[in-house]
Design a protein around this ligand. Structure first.
Ligand code: SF4
Length: 490
């Protein structure tokens, strides 16, 4: 079972509500514009940017082709270095493993964990499970802290609180940290978070992290971050638990040469992240003395099995496609009803849910291709979107009888008409008769249909349709040549 979605509301309904929130749209537009501008500047500095994208794509393609081999290699090297590896088939198994490890680590003491930003833990709703088991989790990434204290959901994979502005963040901190005099400058807000978290860093003995990359060749884990909170979580606690999707593995240490150039530029518009941490197993008297890695599948193997859809697993979670997407920029992330929003969410979520949820997401796109243009590993998101739309239609056809599915019934009828010329001619005559009461003439003498009844009405809600010509080309041709149209001689 996957816990990927937070809501069962289809995207068009959730989006309608989101676009009416003008403050949200303003916040999202401002934040995505700033990040896009920074990204454009640092990408323009790189004459070999396209070559880097090609190299990133090649690394990810190769990894997915031999994923089983590289995962086993990672496990072997991680264990050899002193780590313990656990495999979780789904969200429920992962939660069970992590909660058990956290309780064991706190035996005899206070059950608390500090957390580094991790979308994988959001994917499995880990915090709620920890809380139910009596383990208090503290988010240490500034944006995740805002989300946690605001009882909110992330709306962006790199900047989870992108939908909040400074005033809104100040209100959350004032209320939750009991700081009535708090100012709203970035410095004020960062200082408040620092004071709030510092004590936790020094006291809490267990940390939970995600991973940007798992290095098969060495058994090492890599995370990149901007604030340094991750480095604190990796060094001070006695127990470290890393949870990562199986798609996070890369074959060699050297692959980071490409990925650590493209990821920060695409994600935050930085040439390099201020903090890049790589750790391999355990070291005496340096860092944690117990280290666990939980490798999570949660539907990823099914994505890998799909010839077109598997490129989704190449994603390195930079969020550039979200910033570039004209749909995301209007709705923000919550309308997608999944922790993975925007174009990557529109292709990842339905696949991980085995097309048993999130079926409206592949339609949450204008197919403009902006996401493909910016993707640092060249995932052809529009291609996957179209492929998933086909899967949605196929599934609908399988699930419902034709009479219950007007779209499928209409397609079947059209197919039968197009297969036979006599039927086609009869349909044309019938169509002209049926449309006649609906047509109107414009100033140029052209005939248009401005309204259609029933389910066809969707077509005319935002456009006029040209009326059928009084005579088809074939009829004109036959008349000109004096040939009686019979339909049997062509
Ligand atoms: S699909 Fe590409 S652009 Fe979007 S988050 Fe993943 S790597 Fe970044």
């Amino acid at each position: 079972m996957s816990d990927l979605t937070n809501a069962a509301v289809p995207f068009p309904i959730a989006a309608k509500a989101a676009v009416q929130d003008t403050q949200l749209r303003k916040n999202v537009r401002h934040a995505t514009e700033v990040i896009q501008g920074k990204r454009a500047r640092v990408v323009a500095e790189m004459p070999a940017w396209e070559a880097l994208r090609e190299a990133g794509k090649a690394i990810r393609e190769h990894t997915m082709r031999y994923l089983d081999t590289y995962l086993l290699q990672f496990e072997e090297n991680c264990v050899r270095a002193g780590g313990q590896v656990h495999w979780a088939r789904n969200a429920e198994e992962a939660r069970r493993i992590v909660v058990k490890l956290a309780l064991e680590a706190s035996a005899g003491g206070t059950a608390e964990v500090i957390k580094i930003k991790s979308m994988t833990t959001e994917e499995i709703h880990l915090n709620q499970s920890l809380e139910t088991a009596g383990v208090r989790a503290y988010e240490t990434d500034l944006a995740e802290l805002i989300i946690q204290l605001g009882h909110d959901q992330p709306s962006h994979i790199v900047v989870p609180a992108l939908h909040k502005n400074r005033q809104q963040i100040r209100e959350i901190f004032r209320r939750e940290m009991n700081l009535p005099e708090l100012g709203e400058s970035p410095q004020d807000l960062a200082d408040a978070a620092r004071m709030f978290l510092r004590k936790k860093f020094l006291e809490v003995q267990t940390a939970i992290s995600g991973a940007n990359f798992l290095i098969a060749e060495t058994g090492g884990v890599c995370i990149v971050e901007s604030e340094g909170n991750g480095r604190m979580c990796l060094t001070l606690p006695k127990t470290l638990i890393t949870i990562a999707g199986i798609d996070k593995v890369i074959p060699r240490f050297q692959d980071l040469e490409v990925l650590l150039q493209t990821l920060p530029r695409s994600a935050t518009g930085e040439r390099m992240n201020p903090y890049n941490s790589i750790w391999t197993g355990l070291r005496n008297h340096d860092g944690p003395n117990t280290f666990h890695v939980v490798l999570l599948d949660n539907g990823r193997s099914d994505v890998l099995a799909d010839r077109v859809g598997r490129q989704t697993l190449h994603c390195i979670r930079c969020g550039a496609c979200q910033n570039a997407c004209p749909v995301y920029r209007q709705t923000g992330g919550h309308a997608y009803g999944s922790v993975y929003a925007g174009p990557i969410g529109a292709i990842l979520t339905p696949q991980m849910l085995k097309m048993e949820g999130g079926e409206s997401l592949p339609y949450a796109s204008s197919l403009c291709g902006a996401c493909y243009e910016v993707c640092p590993v060249k995932i052809n998101i529009p291609e996957v979107l179209v492929h998933l739309r086909n899967r949605v239609v196929e599934k609908k056809q399988q699930d419902t009888s034709l009479l219950m599915n007007p779209e499928a019934l209409a397609m079947k009828t059209l197919s039968a008409i197009f297969q036979d010329e006599r039927r086609f001619r009869a349909a044309q005559r019938l169509g002209r008769m049926a449309e006649w009461p609906l047509t109107r003439k414009d100033g140029n003498g052209e005939h248009w249909i401005g309204w259609l009844p029933g389910i066809l009405g969707g077509w005319t809600q935002v456009r006029d349709l040209r009326a059928m010509p009084k005579q088809s080309f074939r009829e004109w041709w036959d008349k000109t040549r004096g040939v009686q149209a019979s339909g049997n001689d062509r």
